[in-house]
Design a protein around this ligand. Structure first.
Ligand code: DQA
Length: 145
């Protein structure tokens, strides 16, 4: 199984940005964690990060016919982007939304997620482990259903 993992704006600043919320570990450490979690499940993975909405839309479209599933942390675009929602719906691949922080415990505007409307599941508040849970869901639990 080929999994595309997409990380949205400012996630490249992990370890620097708001460490009390997002933790001390860097984006490079997150990528190594994701690669390890995919390897554990025997899945191939491709990781993409962008601060630009259109670039994320382009990468989702490029997954059509080449990748089997998507794990996406759209970051701030979660709460605003109809374009990313439409792209996820267009390719219609099984997708899971992940957030490092627990959205319900933060500002009210973070409670709205456009992108989750195209995802089978949303996992938040588990830090890096949320990515492992999303990968496991796509590689194991979903198949067992
Ligand atoms: C985030 C939560 C978003 O609200 C925020 O804009 C982010 C990161 C998370 O992983 O907790 O940039 O997606």
């Amino acid at each position: 199984m080929k999994i595309l993992v997409i990380n949205g704006p400012n996630l490249n600043m992990l370890g620097i940005r708001e460490r009390e919320i997002y933790g001390e570990r860097s984006y490079a450490e997150l990528c190594a964690f994701i690669e390890g979690a995919c390897a554990e499940e025997g899945a191939e993975c491709s990781i993409f990060q962008s601060n630009h909405e259109g670039a994320i839309v382009d990468r989702i479209q490029a997954a059509f016919g080449t990748e089997d599933a998507i794990v996406i942390n759209p970051a701030a675009y979660t709460h605003t982007s109809v374009a990313i929602l439409d792209a996820l719906r267009a390719v219609a691949l099984p997708a899971v939304e992940v957030h490092l922080s627990r959205l319900a415990e933060r500002e009210d505007f973070r409670r709205v997620s456009y992108t989750s409307l195209a995802c089978e599941k949303t996992i938040d508040g588990l830090g890096f482990e949320g990515y492992r849970a999303a990968i496991r869901y796509l590689t194991r639990e979903r198949k067992e259903k």
